[in-house]
Design a binder for this molecule. Structure first.
Ligand SMILES: [Zn+2]
Length: 132
């Protein structure tokens, strides 16, 4: 069977024409530039996260809570132990005595409170006029 040569196509990021790799000529969307590839990947992930908003938020919170829990030893069905001492990081960097808050409400509740604050702040930043 004769090989059909690939046709040039524009990169979906930089719009420069490129020759797709023969093995993925129908799927390749960007040129060989690593910046275009990583930007395309970033956009695809953002699109996926937007489409799967609920599950990606749930996964984020679940992973954050899992970090503070110690996995139970095999064949032990007791509830996971919550480690105290280290203060979990928060993306919005609140100016609060987080160590005292953590002592009072516990690490799990602090993480959930941080998460709600992050979500609320992100929503306000997206549509500031809705909250004035
Ligand atoms: Zn490109």
């Amino acid at each position: 069977m004769p090989k059909v040569p690939s046709r040039k196509r524009p990169c979906c990021i930089c719009r420069k024409w490129f020759l797709p790799d023969v093995r993925q000529k129908k799927r390749q969307r960007t040129c060989d530039n690593p910046e275009c590839r990583s930007e395309h990947h970033r956009r695809q992930c953002a699109q996926w996260n937007e489409k799967n908003k609920e599950s990606s938020k749930s996964n984020y919170l679940h992973k954050k809570l899992e970090k503070i829990r110690k996995p139970p030893p095999e064949k032990d069905f007791s509830p996971p132990v919550v480690r105290m001492g280290s203060i979990p990081r928060c993306r919005i960097r609140p100016i609060l005595p987080r160590d005292i808050v953590q002592l009072e409400i516990g690490t799990t509740n602090l993480i959930i409170l941080d998460y709600f604050a992050e979500q609320l702040l992100a929503r306000i930043r997206r549509n500031p006029t809705d909250y004035i």
